[in-house]
Ligand binder design. Structure first.
Ligand SMILES: C[S@@+](CC[C@H](N)C(=O)[O-])C[C@H]1O[C@@H](n2cnc3c(N)ncnc32)[C@H](O)[C@@H]1O
Length: 292
């Protein structure tokens, strides 16, 4: 998430719809200026940053009885979640069901997106019915999908999720610059406890401190794909084998050179930093023979 040069604006409530340089419409939070999907817009970015790297369709087509559980953090204008929902809805009855758990503490952007459905991936009547039911009832179910909305702070809501473990996490929070507390190792540790073995987490951020937070929380961490507007994103997982490009010795060197290597919940004094460096060096990921 970054602020970008913008064209014409249409205002409503806490969010406004803005025009990106590419001509795509996007959602902007009026209080902190952050734009959702600021690079290529909400029609393209969900697929490139989240759907494809998480191999969502292939995982739904695995011959498994259990539904695939997706934690969608945060829901925003629902572009990521709706892209996932559309894939699951289009698959046949032999595919796994998709269970989406969306986390959000401000429903203003989804309400506004429903006024511009084509721009936010909500053009079909079925998609609009799903979004409206989610806003009204907090849940929407079809033979192929179950979608549930948890309204409130993600940390508190995660504590209330019982009996469900995530297979896939789309971590699309406001940026570490504006909301560093959302990228703390404590937050990620709570999330890790709600992840299944083999779960993968996908996020747009490539910040060193965000990656350090994920490692300190117990995740294995790698680079994601290059996206055209961003050199790299981040993919994390509960098992090393699930990563495509694990971070290695070169990243550790970068960590030591970084002016802000750690998340906000690592004490800034010498002892706190030394402890965090030691914990990351002792992480099982760095005992494995990786080269990046
Ligand atoms: C980058 S936007 C999400 C964009 C969304 N994934 C999409 O595809 O449209 C981040 C979202 O996280 C929500 N958020 C921020 N802090 C939160 C918190 N503590 N708990 C729950 N949601 C939060 C914001 O309201 C915002 O809608």
């Amino acid at each position: 998430m970054t602020s970008v040069a913008l064209g014409a604006n249409v205002e409503a409530d806490t969010h406004e719809v803005v025009t990106l340089r590419s001509g795509s419409l996007a959602m902007r939070n009026k209080a902190n200026g952050e734009v959702m999907h600021p690079g290529t817009g909400p029609q393209v970015e969900p697929r490139v940053l989240y759907i494809e790297p998480s191999r969502l369709q292939a995982r739904l087509e695995e011959q498994l009885e259990a539904p695939l559980v997706l934690f969608d953090v945060g829901l925003g204008a629902a572009s990521n979640a709706m892209a996932a929902w559309n894939i699951a809805e289009a698959l046949g009855p032999s595919a796994r069901r998709l269970h989406i758990v969306s986390f959000e503490n401000d429903l203003g952007s989804l309400r506004l997106a429903l006024e511009h459905p084509a721009a936010f991936g909500l053009e079909s009547e079925a998609a609009q019915a799903a979004a409206r039911a989610l806003l009204r009832e907090g849940t929407f179910e079809t033979p192929r999908t179950r979608w549930e909305l948890r309204v409130g702070d993600v940390q508190a809501e995660l504590g209330r999720v019982a009996g469900v473990k995530a297979d896939v996490v789309y971590w699309d929070m406001y940026s570490p610059l504006h909301a560093p507390e959302l990228w703390s190792s404590g937050h990620f540790a709570a999330l890790h406890r709600h992840c299944a073995v083999g779960a993968t987490l996908h996020t747009y951020s490539n910040a060193t401190a965000a990656r350090a937070a994920l490692l300190l929380a117990g995740f294995f961490v790698g680079t994601g794909i290059e996206t055209g507007f961003k050199e790299q994103t981040t993919m994390a997982a509960t098992t090393l084998a699930s990563l495509v490009n694990p971070l290695g010795a070169r990243w550790l060197e970068r960590l030591h050179r970084s002016s802000s290597p750690f998340p906000v919940d690592v004490p800034k004094d010498e002892a706190g930093r030394a402890q965090a460096f030691a914990a990351i060096h002792a992480h099982p990921q760095f005992a494995a023979p990786v080269t990046r």
